[in-house]
Design a protein. Sequence first.
Length: 385
Amino acid sequence: MRKIQMVDLKGQYADIKDVVNPSIQEVIENTAFINGPKVHEFQKNLENYLGIKHVIPCANGTDALQIAMMGLGLKPGDEVITADFTFAATVEVIALLQLTPVLVDVNEGDFNINIDAIKKAITPKTKAIVPVHLFGQCANMEAIMEVANEYNLFVIEDNAQAIGANYTYKDGSKAKAGTIGNVGATSFFPSKNLGCYGDGGAIFTNDDDLAHTIRGIVNHGMYRRYHHDVVGVNSRLDSIQAAVLDAKLPKLDSYNRARQHAAKKYNASFKGIQSIITPVTVNKGCVGICDNCDCHVFHQYTLRIEGADRDALAAHLNESGIPCGVYYPIPLHKQKAYADDRYNEADFPITNQLVKEVISLPMHTELDDEQIEFITSTIIKFING
């Protein structure tokens, strides 16, 4: 059996190197390393894939979130509601811009932001909602947009983990994750479903004026060289990373199908095992993972362990040569940097439960059945004692 990796980028590269290598070589030979043709080609191709008017590439996913908020003109003291159960980058950029982060609880089923908690947190100072499409599945965007429209709030989608996922509306129509709110932000960190070979990110919007503002922000506030019309930053996707991403973009759907296949294999192996709660897709009301799943792209495959020692299981997996991760072990409202007397523990029952139970297993495009069998049998033996 091949060595099990949490993310097997080497195996993925071996399959696409005949496409990636010439693409990188082309950039090196034409020496257009910043804002070169490959960046514009990738931008257009991603716009077509997502069905959105504007993709603005940038240096990384955290910058993408920050620039999206800058582009919307949010002011210090404005309140921004987001999920307590996510990576710190989401709340980090809110704090960096001197906005006021308002953390709320998530759903037990899909780990995404809870609609009732959003409604409860809205005040006259609330200006935006940042739903995080955690682990590869969209938050309830139809309900979020209804709340946002009722209270005249911006919606900034944190799509760092769900690129390629579809959201299905009640009427059966679909939209790609990251294209539903006023603006979306994503990361191309190497381990993402669509990852480059360094850092990278992008911002999505259908708003022409917002896109124009953001294009200036990413490039020092310049629309003409040495004419600084807005306060900006230096956040550009370099051409080599764009070359890698453009080579991988045509394979994104097949990559996501491979992840869905692995997730179904995991779920089938764990079926009926007490103490193990497997991931479900909730957008279309499916039980488990349906055969034509398109709403969950499984950036992470995350179990909940009930009635057993999650930390002891993690240690056992590592000892057995099986990497795993706990995403996330500490709620954001308990992090030293973001602690606030405004928060009441009674408002975070699900997040406080999840941080004790979740464990993420290896998930990538190169997982094979032999590896999944070894992973699942090791876990089941541990759970059954």
